[in-house]
Design a protein. Structure first.
Lengths: 100, 142
């Protein structure tokens, strides 16, 4: 949970995406969609974690700063996900604009 | 290792300083306590910090990031109780008339408290700097 492994996942995704566009699709490993889904699930996991942390705080089981940290992590990873989404959407729109 | 590890390290610092603040507060609050469950007056307590490792120490190139935690809360036996002659006090020694007061120095505890508060603030500053770093990095995509 402590590891910001979304970074490494996206790094994995980028060469894979470029290799498929070059016409040499790899049979092994997840597709770009799978990798993306995995990354989104990790972001979701951090959101859920922040929620349980808030619950724990309300039950007097954790500190205020732990709650703030969990919220901060969830916020940062969500923003990261939004940036990735913006990139994907803009790339998609760029392709759709191509003259046939 | 990652940006989140840095957040975790700072969180451990916050937890440790908060604990130190708690212990100092209880010292300060019990500066005049002459009765405890263990018997005798309150004895002042000290926190001992120790380092902790985060993440997989074998995986990271720098040997893992180190946080801090409270290793132990120990009773302070280095100073003696403060003896005051108060024969009318219910906890006074029936023979001598002296009352043992806790070995808490209020001024020292106040300094400890300020030190804990400043350390806590330093951790908060580190976290906000880290937050700025992360947000600036995300701005690269805009």
């Amino acid at each position: 949970m402590s590891d910001f492994s979304i970074y490494s996942n996206i790094q994995k995704a980028i060469p894979h995406a470029s290799s498929t566009s070059a016409g040499t699709p790899k049979p092994t490993g997840g597709s770009f969609g799978n990798v993306l889904q995995e990354a989104i699930q990790q972001v979701n996991g951090l959101e859920i974690n922040s929620q349980t942390e808030v619950d724990k705080f309300l039950n007097d089981q954790t500190d205020l700063h732990s709650v703030m940290m969990a919220l901060e992590k969830a916020d940062v990873s969500f923003q990261m996900m939004m940036q990735v989404r913006n990139k994907i959407v803009s790339a998609y729109q760029e392709i759709m604009k191509t003259q046939v | 290792m990652s940006l989140f590890t840095a957040l975790d390290v700072n969180t451990s610092g916050l937890t440790a300083q908060r604990r130190r603040f708690e212990v100092t507060s209880s010292n300060l609050n019990n500066a005049n306590t002459t009765r405890t469950f263990e018997g005798g007056p309150y004895r002042r307590k000290d926190v001992v910090f120790q380092n902790t490792t985060f993440g997989n120490a074998l995986m990271s190139a720098d040997g893992g990031s180190e946080g801090v935690e409270v290793g132990a809360v120990l009773d302070d036996y280095s100073t003696a109780f403060d003896l005051r002659y108060e024969p009318g006090h219910p906890d006074a020694d029936p023979v001598t008339g002296y009352v043992s007061y806790p070995n808490v120095d209020t001024a020292e505890e106040m300094i400890n408290m300020m030190s804990a508060a400043r350390s806590y603030e330093a951790n908060i500053s580190a976290i906000s700097i880290l937050k700025t770093m992360i947000n600036r990095t995300l701005e690269l995509g805009r």
